[in-house]
Design a protein around this ligand. Sequence first.
Ligand code: PLP
Length: 433
Amino acid sequence: MSEMPSLAKRILEEYFPASGDQLVVGGRSVRELASKIGTPAYIYDAELLRSRLETVRTTLGPRVQVLFAMKANPNAAIAQLMTEGGAGLEVASAGEIAAAAFAGVTSVPMQFAGPGKDEEDFALARQHDVTLNVESKAEVDALSKSGGGRVAIRVNPPANKTKSRMRMSGGSAKFGVDVDDLAGLATHIDTLDNVELVGLHTYAGTQNFDAEGWLANAHFLLDTMKDLERHLGRTLRTLNFGGGFGEACFESDGRFDLDAAGEGLAELISKDGRDDREYFVELGRYLCAHAGIFLTEVRYVKESGGNEHAILDGGMHQHAAAAGLGTVIRRPFPMVKASSLKEEARDEKCFLGGPLCTPADAFPTPSLPPLKAGDLVAFLASGAYGLSFSNALFLSHPTPTEVLVDKGVVHIIRERPPVDAPLRDQRLPGRSG
Ligand SMILES: Cc1ncc(COP(=O)(O)O)c(C=O)c1O
């Protein structure tokens, strides 16, 4: 018998302290939730989302506007909650702008990054007053041709000063504009009468546990801004330092020092000495990862070759990150036997797989207590890049229900669709409907 792995234990203690024998999310036990909404399901605690956003906003101070990066969790209800809590939005597609509009989000700052925006993206951005973080001269010209808009230039620094696990800047990159090309592009934008240049943006990468490196990148952006302003002979209004504050999803992950980031940004703002500048960060995972779980039920347990295999009703098509997609080394996500938290883990390994007919649909698994059909297994740290990162169409299973639990009240924020949902947009040749 062995102890629960330490990350799972820490997440339970810090985020779900009301749990006893069972995991309790937002005041509801997982058994209650499973019988009410079924499994598999993503379950988010509204109070945890609110309090994390509030902590970040308070720590970064009133001069820094926090944008919620919708790509981390694109459900419209989460965008609504975040904006009610004082966040703006960072979107990555016309679809995410549409989700914000569906949620009734109208008067918060919105910014849009992505290296391949098209005319529909430009049109929706104009309609909803979204600043486009442009990534190339070709994109600027396409924007101007399609009617123009307000832009900031996404900068690709020559070297990545962060220790982000997935780096998205530095050297030759598909993201952003190289520093050497910045002045030329800004001058070009100034010749276009329907494109307004308001600032600079950068995004170095995700899962960054080193606040110092993150701040070094922010200082680089400020220095770049000063050079550009000298070149243009005028000032620009906005600086967006990106996101990527790390949040532990694996045992070896550290903690991002939010206080250090807050202090460092305050120093940067005082060095800038500009009362009229608007500063932004755009955070995804840090705002929502630990507020969400992916709840599954054990469907069958069987023996094969001397090992036990538990087949869950949720799989990699619904939680790809927990199955190891996007990582080089497949490591276990924090997970617990949610219907019986006090039970000790066994030393023998149990293999966890989802319902899909592919060996890729397997979850690297820490030791868990013995499992039988009907037991509930929860993947923690699953409020970010869960469903949105998954290949939901693979094998045509329904997407899982998504639920927001707000002080005991259960809101279904994504219905489980009918089995024929994958056919909704398909057409047979020769048939119109
Ligand atoms: C441009 C941009 N902004 C913000 C984010 C959010 O990053 P994170 O969830 O690590 O904070 C991403 C993630 O890939 C991104 O590409």
